[in-house]
Design a protein. Structure first.
Length: 142
């Protein structure tokens, strides 16, 4: 059974909310530290989450020591030569998460609990299932 925290995380990731992943990805450069996966460029999506529950609070490059910090490696649907192409077409499909890292503790914020880490893992699984289903149906809401 999928927890309510995981469901809320996926909703935030797929929404156009100011704190969401979609808005964040529109401001980030692709490639760079996130590199590529299977020949397609990736974007690093930094986020804060509650260290006890794993609930994602916001996607941002800022740090807040009240929360734990994580990074999703998000694979682009296509490789693009310039930002205009990226913004116009990259968000035409749901983008899969191909890796993640929890970097909590010290300057990165509170140390995440095992429960929070499991919630982040489950969030990645559910989000990728959602992306696969939406892309297969041709439903693109980005």
């Amino acid at each position: 059974m999928v927890s309510s925290v995981v469901k809320e995380n996926v909703k935030l990731m797929a929404s156009a909310d100011e704190r969401g992943m979609r808005k964040f990805l529109n401001t980030e450069s692709h490639g760079g530290n996130a590199s590529s996966y299977k020949g397609k460029l990736c974007v690093g999506a930094n986020f804060w989450f509650e260290s006890e529950t794993g609930k994602i609070m916001e996607f941002t490059t800022e740090t807040d020591t009240r929360f734990s910090t994580g990074i999703f490696k998000v694979q682009l649907a296509e490789n693009f030569l310039d930002v205009e192409q990226y913004n116009a077409r990259a968000m035409a499909k749901y983008l899969s998460i191909v890796g993640y890292e929890i970097i909590s503790g010290g300057v990165w914020g509170k140390q995440a609990t095992a429960q929070a880490e499991v919630a982040i893992q489950e969030t990645v699984k559910l989000y990728n299932q959602f992306c696969e289903a939406m892309n297969r149906r041709g439903i693109f809401k980005w």
